[in-house]
Design a protein around this ligand. Structure first.
Ligand code: AMP
Length: 299
């Protein structure tokens, strides 16, 4: 398995200004794997409780998401509840219950340990590190994080930053991590902490790539019916990494193309709750949106 993700498999209860869902399937690894699987196989490392439906895991398998790395534990699955303001960019976490994720000790199947592309999806930095320790010589390691972990596990997170190539995070998290209000200064400070590049997500305003040598900015794909932004960041990361793993190239132009692919996979995600929409579209639909986005940003 050349491409591996470690993260949460969850139930999410979500309130948007227009609708809500109770205990929909979510989790950082779930969204990532859906997006990445458009480009090729991906191995999933995570933990589920007894309440997680087998059909969902079977559905993953049918999409080329390998579930050998999913552990079944006694207890309840990770649970998250959130509410969005009318601007869609402001999100309030109402509740996080780690449940079986609290004691998760990831064990990568042998066939995952030679992976070249590793994504440490949002989760406890100590768990991200334990998973990374098991990969022998990855070519590209990218991590995501969230305000909760910056708050309660800052030291472990800073430790991890010294071991990864890329970090994806949103503007609020970048400010929280660095104490810098200016995003360019915040990005510069994060690069000093270790990563070679960061992808800064700004919700409906798009995303920036800050590298040591190159920078790139992209608006979000123009979606006229946002239903639920949950998972947009993970779906972005899945498209970004999925494309790079598929082309096996890390040069700046591939990274720029990966930014477009990430933007496209995120755009499908926000058009429905849970994986309803991102699960519907195959590589053909992704490529059509890629072409449309390219036309949208090209003079
Ligand atoms: P995103 O909207 O891309 O930030 O990702 C939202 C997903 O991350 C939801 O499906 C949640 O289940 C999951 N999630 C929320 N909080 C956390 C957390 N602290 N650690 C790991 N996953 C989380």
């Amino acid at each position: 398995m050349n491409h591996v993700v470690i993260g949460t498999l969850a139930f999410d209860s979500i309130e948007t200004p227009y609708d809500k869902r109770e205990r929909a399937i979510g989790g950082s690894a779930t969204y990532f794997a859906h997006a990445a699987s458009k480009f090729g196989p991906v191995g999933l490392v995570g933990v589920v409780g007894q309440d997680f439906p087998d059909e969902v895991l079977e559905d993953f398998r049918g999409r080329g998401i390998d579930i050998e790395g999913v552990e079944h534990a006694e207890g309840e699955s990770f649970f998250w509840a959130g509410r969005y303001e009318a601007d869609w960019n402001t999100r309030h976490t109402l509740e996080t219950r780690l449940n079986v994720f609290a004691d998760f000790d990831p064990k990568l199947p042998e066939s995952y340990r030679d992976a070249d592309f590793v994504f440490l999806a949002n989760g406890a930095p100590a768990i991200q590190r334990k998973a990374l320790d098991q990969v022998r010589s990855p070519r590209l390691v990218v991590a995501d994080t969230m305000n909760l972990w910056i708050d309660i596990a800052r030291d472990e997170l800073i430790d991890l930053l010294g071991r990864i190539d890329g970090l994806v995070l949103n503007d609020e998290e970048a400010r929280m991590l660095t104490g810098e209000a200016n995003l360019f200064r915040a990005a510069g400070k994060i690069l000093e902490m270790g990563p070679k590049f960061i992808v800064l997500k700004k919700g409906e305003h798009g995303a920036f790539l800050f590298g040591e040598e190159h920078r790139f900015a992209l608006p979000a794909y123009p979606v006229d019916n946002v239903v639920d932004p949950t998972g947009a960041g993970d779906s972005f990361a899945g498209g970004f990494m999925g494309y790079l793993a598929h082309t096996a190239s890390l040069d700046p132009s591939s990274q720029r193309a990966a930014m477009l692919y990430g933007t496209v996979t995120a755009s499908f995600c926000v058009e429905g709750f849970s994986t309803e929409e991102i699960g519907l579209h195959g590589r053909g639909a992704v490529d059509r949106r890629y072409d449309a986005l390219r036309a949208f940003v090209t003079p």
